[in-house]
Design a protein around this ligand. Structure first.
Ligand code: BDP
Length: 601
């Protein structure tokens, strides 16, 4: 799905700012049809709210922070008169986890899946000069069939409680931009780009596929032009699909991004994307980018900050990327959901490598029991009472939406279809094998993975043979052998060697390892929670990784401390950040910096 852009043929208008907001505490808004009037007339308490932002932390009110169910957003929208001759689209970059949208009295959109965009053509509903009422009902509930899964229980006093099976706070709302944008009536509906760069010749190719929609598409021709950063044309083609060859191309490289612009012209419409020419290949236990072995250094991250919650924020993004550069990281994983598209655009431009993940996290009863404190979960994980065929269908939809949105980003070098599912119970293979196959089919140009949880060893894993890369989350020295780094070192080494032996030829990336750390807590002895323990634990992991040739990357958990649900495992959130939530370095940041700067020389 193409993001809204501005050029000679298209305009866009961000609908952010202050909107009206109401919490639907009694869950009656849909029955009472709140979209039919101003929110202030429908319900007793409305307030102003910022869009984009997660709503949870904006008000000093636990009833809002922990609300389970519907909330309502409303604003007014006007389309510039000139747009009404064109096609006008209403687009949400994300609504977490599902939304229904009305323009005036008419329902125009419904979407489930909290981290991917959705849109509708609303041209026929707009009038010149008129202020239209835009109402959005956002619901934050997670159930067994949703991605991610969760469970809503009703307490004896009638309150609903959301049990989340994953380890981050269930921020919700409109935390990404909302747009109104125009396109010509016959328009470029989609564009798929696959690039290649050959190390031996320096030649590159751009394979493209254009989809046109709207009126009279057959009569108009399609031109596709590739330009360098100076704006000079370096190649051209016509038709809906083809290849542009660049005999002496400048490649997109990690840490050294070079982006061409691919311009598509069809009738009156124009669309362009930034294109990095690069090749990815997995061969002989190596992850090759442009024919060179690539070693991932970096983090699993979160979209998370004080007040805004999961809202995208350019200032925070620029700062985070500057910190990645400072610490010597060349990559990150979008744990545990697709991040705002702005982040991928920036990673393209900065030469930061990305493992792009769906929101399928928490398919693991053992973890769910601990995190959600839920003792009465169903016996069988992969069953119609829990992770079911309905979950699988939603999971497939989540993969499709991720690939549709992010397929053209040079920075995205691998798809991760989920995080830490339990692959021991029966039914796991039947659940995941078709999803891995579908991902490969959707995008044969990128490696695929499914991030493995520590409790599932190489002999128990049912689908690792279907993955191009083995991604392992390991907590030696924390959840296992906590406090004994010597035993942890032995355990980690044996663990990684067993994986390498079981899957010869497949590269291994350690996608999580780390230790909760209270900033300011120091200790001479290696004591858990201290800054010194985190530093020593990370250094120990580095030593082990260096001894295992199949290990091609290390992503520390986590870049920064982040908010979680409440529970006895968490003190003010998850503290495994190498930076605090305010982005100040813990001692371990300097340890990593030293190692990663040396590795990259
Ligand atoms: C892993 C999860 C991650 C958690 C982390 C932890 O993938 O989301 O935050 O453990 O416990 O199991 O810190």
């Amino acid at each position: 799905m193409l993001k809204p852009i501005e050029n000679a043929a298209r305009e866009r208008k961000a609908l952010g700012g202050l909107w009206h907001f109401a919490v639907d505490a009694d869950g009656c808004g849909r029955d009472q049809r709140w979209w039919l009037t101003l929110l202030a007339e429908s319900c007793a308490t409305t307030r102003d709210i910022a869009v984009p932002a997660s709503y949870n932390d904006l008000f000093p009110d636990a009833a809002i922070r922990d609300h389970v169910g519907d909330v309502w957003y409303q604003t007014e929208v006007r389309a510039p008169a000139a747009w009404l001759e064109q096609r006008v689209v209403l687009r949400f970059d994300a609504a977490t986890h599902r939304a229904t949208v009305w323009l005036d009295d008419i329902e125009v959109l419904h979407h489930e899946g909290g981290y991917t965009p959705f849109e509708a053509d609303v041209t026929h509903l707009l009038q010149a000069g008129k202020a239209h009422r835009l109402t959005v009902c956002v619901n934050n509930e997670l159930h067994w069939h949703t991605i991610p899964p969760g469970r809503v229980i009703t307490l004896p006093d009638g309150r609903k409680r959301q049990q989340v099976f994953h380890d981050f706070f269930n921020y919700a709302g409109l935390h990404r931009p909302v747009w109104l944008y125009s396109t010509p009536k016959t328009y470029i509906a989609d564009l798929t780009v696959v690039t290649h760069w050959a190390k031996d010749t320096g030649a590159g190719t751009v394979d493209f596929k254009v989809e046109i929609a709207g009126n009279s598409s057959a009569k108009l021709s399609t031109q596709v032009i590739l330009r360098d950063t100076q704006g000079c044309e370096v190649g051209r083609s016509d038709g809906h699909s083809g290849r542009i060859a660049v005999p002496h191309a400048t490649p997109w490289q990690p840490g050294k991004a070079y982006l061409y612009t691919l311009e598509v012209e069809h009738g009156n419409d124009r669309y362009s994307v930034a294109v990095g020419l690069r090749s990815i290949e997995v061969r002989d236990s190596q992850f090759l980018i442009n024919g060179e072995p690539f070693y991932f250094t970096g983090f699993g991250k979160h979209e998370d900050s004080a007040v805004r919650g999961k809202a995208h924020d350019d200032a925070l993004m620029v700062h985070d990327f500057a910190l990645l550069d400072w610490v010597g990281a060349n990559s990150f994983r979008t744990s545990h959901y697709p991040y705002a598209e702005e982040v991928l655009d920036f990673a393209d431009a900065q030469g930061i490598v990305v493992i792009d993940e769906t929101a399928a996290v928490g398919m693991n009863m053992e973890i769910a029991r601990k995190l959600a404190g839920a003792s009465d979960l169903p016996d069988e994980l992969y069953s119609e009472d829990a992770i079911s065929s309905r979950t699988q269908a939603n999971h497939l939809k989540a993969i499709r939406e991720l690939v549709a949105r992010d397929k053209n980003h040079a920075c995205v070098v691998m798809w991760s279809i989920g995080n830490e599912p339990d692959l021991r119970p029966k039914g796991s293979g039947e659940y995941f094998a078709p999803l891995l196959a579908a991902t490969k089919q959707l995008d044969p140009s990128r490696p695929i993975t499914l991030v493995n949880v520590m409790m599932v060893g190489p002999e128990q894993d049912t689908v690792a043979h279907l993955q191009d890369v083995i991604c392992l989350n390991r907590y030696w020295g924390w959840y296992i052998e906590g406090g004994d780094l010597l035993a942890a070192e032995q355990g980690l080494e044996a663990d990684l060697k067993a994986w390498a032996a079981k899957h010869p030829g497949k590269p291994i990336v350690i996608t999580e390892y780390g230790a909760d750390t209270m900033p300011g807590l120091h200790s001479i002895a290696p004591v858990m929670w201290s800054e010194s323990y985190q530093s020593e634990l990370l250094a120990m992991h580095g030593r082990v990784f260096d001894r295992i040739p199949a290990v091609v990357g290390e992503h520390v958990w986590n870049f920064a401390d982040f908010a979680t649900s409440q529970g006895i495992m968490r003190v003010g959130g998850n503290k495994k950040g190498v930076f605090t939530r305010e982005r100040q370095p813990k001692a371990a940041a300097h340890v990593l910096r030293q190692r990663w700067q040396t590795l990259s020389v």
